[in-house]
Write a protein that binds this ligand. Structure first.
Ligand code: FHN
Length: 433
């Protein structure tokens, strides 16, 4: 009888502990949210053709040509130190690098696939070099990993119509996924597993939940996005929920919806294409900074994507744009890092963040010299000034704050104003303008 009791107690304890591993470490989530700004990098042999990674296989680039590009791939000018220095100079705090996209090519020295960079003319483990450079510069090291793999014989689907997969076997493929991601955790100590390619039919909610728990079992502190499971539901990225696994939501190519309760991160390209494309259209500095400020103003992080070239260099114009963002953040970063979104929900002309007894306003345009915004009388403004600049004249009624913002004090990209309150800014409910 006693043995039976202890057996049940042990089973209950095991189930309880395993259930606990489904939650992310709240402190690590808060650190991630406080970072606000990361670099996404999409890179692979496809840059030899300047076409989109994964999607161009069998379309803009013939499949046979695409799948053999690695035999030419020799990025002799790759310099992990330069890449991570560029990331840091941009004011970014973390990296997410494409280790294996939908095309199935592994950009690291993996034991589980010969289709990897060690079998290219380059023969070096770029992932380990990036990890070491991130450690050197104090940058959080994260890895993108595609669940779907259109070239893998055991993955049932291909992105090319009519391609037969006689060796399709999802259980074998799931073992492959577990083996490779175990390498990313145990050999490269990735802090973020950024999944993608989860939307296709062979990957089920069951696989997603089990995979999340397996990974958390290897390292409970690794952050895992909501694309490990089936909860993303398209490009809106949908916020995380108890129904689906994942530690943060992932809206794509858009600023996510205002949400200061659940962690989310918008992934957006600095150009049009994810992977490098010659003469691709690049966002202006205004667009870059305002995208960042609307994202953090909505409570999210921005994962901003660059696509390095076939020879291993990032384009100088992208390096220059990122440096300009870093210069802006050197001056006004206090209104970004470690803040919470709101209280004013972002619009096309204003965004806001807050921390302690301060509210930061980011004005993208102003019709005249007077700014009028709603503010509950319980939030009493003691001072109002340009962040690191001049004091501004203001008056407050029971429901409104009126600030004089003369033209000569404005920043052409985003005028940053700081309001000193007599109370905690976190108490103010979100305000729609
Ligand atoms: O198909 C991919 C795409 O190539 C790119 O990697 C983006 C980045 O989030 N994710 C997928 C589309 O949702």
């Amino acid at each position: 009888m006693k043995t039976l009791f202890f057996a049940f107690a042990l089973l209950f304890l095991t189930l309880t502990i395993s259930a606990q591993q489904k939650q992310a470490n709240p402190e690590l989530i808060k650190n991630f949210q406080d970072m606000k700004f990361g670099m996404f990098i999409h890179w692979g042999p496809v840059t030899l053709r300047g076409a989109e990674i994964g999607w161009s296989r069998g379309h803009q680039v013939a499949a046979d040509d695409y799948d053999n590009l690695y035999k030419e791939f020799n990025p002799v000018l790759f310099d992990a130190d330069k890449w991570i220095k560029t990331l840091k100079d941009a004011g970014m705090k973390y990296l997410v690098f494409t280790t294996r996209h939908h095309d199935g090519f592994s950009m690291w020295d993996t034991k589980f696939s010969d289709y990897n960079i060690m079998n290219s003319p380059y023969k070096k483990d770029v992932l380990m070099e990036l990890k070491n450079a991130c450690d050197k510069y104090g940058i959080l090291f994260g890895t993108y990993y595609s669940i779907c793999d259109w070239s893998h014989p055991n993955y049932p689907l291909s992105n090319i119509k009519g391609v037969d997969k006689p060796d399709a076997d999802m259980d074998k493929f799931y073992t492959f996924l577990k083996n490779q991601t175990k390498e990313l955790i145990e050999k490269y100590d990735t802090k973020i597993l950024w999944f993608d390619g989860e939307w296709e039919e062979p990957w089920t909610h069951e696989y997603g939940k089990n995979f999340y728990n397996y990974l958390k079992g290897l390292n409970p502190d690794v952050l895992i996005n909501n694309r490990v499971d089936k909860g993303r539901k398209g490009m809106e990225g949908v916020t995380i929920s108890n129904e689906f696994a994942g530690d943060f939501a992932t809206p794509e190519q858009r600023v996510g919806a205002f949400d200061i309760e659940n962690p989310w991160e918008s992934c957006i390209t600095i150009c049009k294409q994810w992977a490098w494309k010659p003469n691709d259209k690049m966002k202006s500095l205004d667009q870059c900074i305002q995208t960042l400020l609307k994202t953090v103003g909505g409570g999210g992080n921005l994962l901003f994507n660059v696509g390095p070239m076939m020879d291993g260099r990032m384009e100088q114009r992208q390096i220059d744009r990122l440096k300009e963002m870093g210069n802006w953040l050197k001056k006004y970063g206090k209104s970004v890092y470690g803040t919470t979104g709101g209280p004013y929900k972002p619009t096309n002309w204003i965004s806001s963040t807050r921390k302690g007894d301060k509210i930061y306003l980011h004005l993208f345009s102003l019709e005249n010299d007077e700014l009028k915004i709603p503010l509950p009388g319980s939030a009493v403004v003691k001072n109002c000034s340009i962040l690191k600049g001049e004091k501004l004249k203001f008056e407050q009624t029971k429901k409104e704050l009126i600030i004089q913002v003369p033209q000569n004090l404005r920043d052409k990209i985003a005028t940053t104003i700081v309001l000193d309150l007599n109370s905690d800014s976190g108490k103010i409910k979100p305000i729609e303008i």
